[in-house]
Design a protein around this ligand. Structure first.
Ligand SMILES: *[C@@H]1O[C@H](CO)[C@@H](O)[C@H](O)[C@H]1NC(C)=O
Ligand SMILES: *[C@@H]1O[C@H](CO)[C@@H](O)[C@H](O)[C@H]1NC(C)=O
Ligand SMILES: *[C@@H]1O[C@H](CO)[C@@H](O)[C@H](O)[C@H]1NC(C)=O
Ligand SMILES: *[C@@H]1O[C@H](CO)[C@@H](O)[C@H](O)[C@H]1NC(C)=O
Length: 431
């Protein structure tokens, strides 16, 4: 494993920015682990990461535990940060059964009534690479610090849940909504912040969680009033983009996705286990090494691998009807419900990961059914570029819907689609 890993570092031309370059290496190489006293234990070994007895009977969004001073903030390199707490709450899984979730809340030095629920794409089936743990070492894009600088609280849910179900949009949507309910209850009870406004923000896989949440919200959480959602680089169809990943520099995402989605589907997991080669090159053991890797590490490890080679029947094993049905159910957005939350949607016209045409269709459908959307189609750059190029506009959108600093003009009702050409000036600080 180490030899192949080293060889793959040679491919360092890697321009994959829309993934958190968090590495579980310094955590799994125990012995020289500096985590024992000043950092939290790994989620897989942390007794706090458990729901109390009888938890299944509670309503979704119920708060089970609050961990104050969760991080040693003097060690956390995040700007404008005062304190960090975590909340463990009841939620719902992909098969509509009880599950639970964790969110990590960053408190700004100068608090307002705004909360940003920030769905960070972590792209892994490894629970120990969840944001609640990894963010102790910092904020990958600076967006948490920038939001704190505007006076907003920032809640970062582990939206893949306790099974690290990467690629499963349904559980991600439910956990995102329930994290908002739990955070609203907690800030009201413990900090006296009533009537807080909440915005949701997600790019790439974080966009899937955010988008599923706004589609579910009208039915699943009719009491919840969301102020707005910024959604960028959305992947409306996993079925079309999934197989395209094989043999590319992001093949690792396909391995993580097969493991992640089947963590919610016991029947399909059994099928996968029965179809993986047990020995030889490309065997089951190596396939499941992905569950010890962050998303970034698995990109390096499985880069350019033909993932179908792990399966006895090749690609056909992943196109077995039960598998196709699962991927379709989890990976198709725009079909769960019609959002009643104002949405700022942004996408690069030349997005090389998720074609803009699919996002155009989702927006068109929502708009025909009465949604309120500002849609920016940017002719500058691809998927990774739009992560950065959309940042200032997203923050300004939250300025409009949450209050605080610059604003982005937003249609009072209905939809507006604007083709723009915008590149963030690298010398201009984002604020
Ligand atoms: C937080 O980190 C600082 C710097 O390493 C250390 O001095 C302090 O003891 C830590 N606090 C706690 C509560 O662990
Ligand atoms: C859902 O939960 C019920 C009650 O706990 C359990 O009997 C059932 O097996 C669960 N279904 C699945 C698919 O996990
Ligand atoms: C599975 O693959 C790994 C990595 O190539 C290899 O080290 C291991 O020996 C293989 N296991 C079997 C049983 O062939
Ligand atoms: C605190 O936030 C409020 C509201 O955004 C702003 O008006 C005020 O200037 C801020 N104060 C400081 C010290 O940053």
């Amino acid at each position: 494993m180490n030899i192949r890993l080293c060889l793959l570092w040679a491919f360092f031309a890697f321009g994959v920015e829309a993934i958190w370059k968090f590495s579980v290496k310094h955590i799994t190489t125990d012995g020289d682990n500096d985590a024992t006293e000043t950092y939290l234990p790994l989620p897989s070994t942390d007794p706090w990461y458990r729901a109390p007895d009888g938890w299944e009977a509670a309503q979704p969004g119920t708060v089970f535990k609050v961990r104050h001073h969760a991080y040693n903030v003097s060690l956390v390199p995040v700007a404008n940060l005062k304190e960090v707490f975590q909340v463990l709450f009841r939620s719902t899984n992909s098969l509509e059964n009880a599950t639970w979730g964790v969110t990590t809340v960053f408190i700004p030095k100068n608090c307002t009534q705004g909360i940003v629920s920030y769905q960070l794409p972590y792209d892994t089936s490894c629970l120990d690479a969840s944001p609640s743990f990894g963010l102790q070492w910092g904020d990958p894009y600076g967006e948490i610090g920038q939001s704190l600088g505007r006076g907003w609280w920032v809640s970062v849910p582990d939206f893949e849940g306790p099974l690290a179900s990467y690629g499963a949009s349904i559980v991600a949507g439910y956990i995102t909504i329930d994290s908002v309910r739990a955070v609203l209850a907690t800030v009201a009870k413990e900090f006296g912040v009533k009537n807080a406004r909440v915005g949701l923000w997600g790019y790439s896989n974080g966009a899937s969680a955010t988008e599923a949440a706004v589609e579910f919200a009208p039915k699943y959480a009719p009491e919840l009033k969301l102020a707005g959602a910024a959604i960028g680089g959305l992947t409306p169809s996993l079925s079309t983009s999934g197989p395209m990943l094989r043999g590319t520099q992001v093949s690792g995402l396909l391995v993580q996705g097969i493991i992640g989605v089947t963590s919610q589907y016991p029947e399909q997991r059994k099928w996968v286990l029965s179809r993986l080669h047990q020995s030889g090159p490309y065997n089951a053991t190596e396939f499941f090494w992905a569950t010890y890797m962050s998303g970034w590490q698995s990109l390096l490890y499985y880069a350019y691998v033909d993932v179908f080679q792990y399966f006895i029947g090749g690609r056909a094993d992943l196109e077995e009807p039960g598998m196709l049905a699962m991927f379709y159910r989890e990976g198709t957005l725009g079909v769960f419900g019609i959002p009643n939350t104002p949405i700022f949607m942004y996408h690069a016209i030349d997005d090389d990961t998720t074609p803009i045409g699919e996002t155009d269709s989702v927006v068109r459908n929502f708009c025909e059914k009465g949604s309120n959307i500002l849609y920016h189609r940017n002719s500058w750059g691809g998927h990774n570029d739009e992560l950065t190029n959309g940042r200032q506009r997203s923050l300004d959108f939250f300025g409009t819907v949450l209050g605080g600093g610059n604003t982005l003009p937003f249609p009072a009702t209905g939809c507006e689609t604007v083709d723009i050409k915008f590149m963030q000036d690298p010398n201009k600080p984002i604020a």
